[in-house]
Design a protein around this ligand. Structure first.
Ligand SMILES: C[S@@+](CC[C@H](N)C(=O)[O-])C[C@H]1O[C@@H](n2cnc3c(N)ncnc32)[C@H](O)[C@@H]1O
Length: 216
């Protein structure tokens, strides 16, 4: 076994395990989708649940639901009467997301918005004076900065924006070797966040890297 695969299994062995429903959803993604690796998985999913519950989150935004796995993890950490507003642009996933939400019993605490979050999100953000407690950005990777700039002014102080895949398979820090557009865009995003005085940030090596930004 590769050392990083050994590490991954050790991390999972020492993390509260997921239930049969989430396992079934992950299996479903492997059987029925072309890119099952897009799903955040049990380790990162546990962190999302814990962050939501530590924040006692009542208003959560998720950009990029895919088959609903991370949506469910977020919903499970909500405070009473909390709500996850999840966005997904791929219409073909609508029924399956609803099926998975209901399988996990969180359909009442998730509002699924089908369409491009760049269009759908701004009017909703304007209608929430209380501010967003937590946001998980996991959609078009070149749009990270647009989503981040939409969200940051609408977060409550102490609210957290989590952006996924910021290590981009290690390509962001191997500057001499990787110059493709996606890598350059992810590098530029990390550079931008690092210099943004509105948040305190920490880049955590969780899975493919998450940028965790606490809004001042
Ligand atoms: C990496 S997957 C999300 C995985 C999911 N967060 C999880 O961990 O289980 C990215 C998803 O974002 C969706 N997406 C991409 N751009 C989007 C946009 N502008 N608005 C809403 N959804 C978008 C894609 O269709 C895809 O299903």
């Amino acid at each position: 076994m590769r050392p990083d695969a050994l590490l991954d299994s050790y991390l999972l062995e020492h993390t509260t395990s997921v239930d049969a429903q989430l396992e079934a959803i992950e299996r479903w993604a492997h059987l029925h989708t072309a890119q099952p690796q897009m799903l955040c998985g049990p380790y990162e999913g546990r962190l999302l649940t814990m962050l939501c519950s530590s924040l006692q989150a009542r208003l959560v935004v998720e950009i990029g639901s895919f088959v609903g796995y991370s949506t469910i993890c977020l919903a499970r950490g909500l405070a009473e009467r909390g709500m996850v507003h999840a966005f997904e642009v791929n219409d073909e996933l609508e029924d399956v997301i609803h099926k998975h939400l209901s399988l996990c019993g969180v359909d009442d605490s998730v509002l699924l918005h089908m369409g491009d979050a760049l269009t759908l999100l701004p009017p909703l953000l304007a209608s929430w004076p209380e501010g967003v407690d937590m946001a998980f950005v996991d959609a078009g990777k070149r749009q990270n900065r647009q989503f981040y700039d939409l969200l940051v002014p609408k977060m409550r102080p102490g609210g957290i924006v989590v952006v996924d895949n910021v290590l981009w398979d290690g390509k962001v820090f191997d500057e001499k070797k990787h110059h493709d557009a996606d890598t350059l865009s992810m590098r530029a995003f990390n550079y931008y966040v690092q210099r943004d005085g509105r948040t305190e940030n920490i880049l955590l090596p969780v899975r493919d890297g998450i940028m965790l930004c606490v809004v001042k």
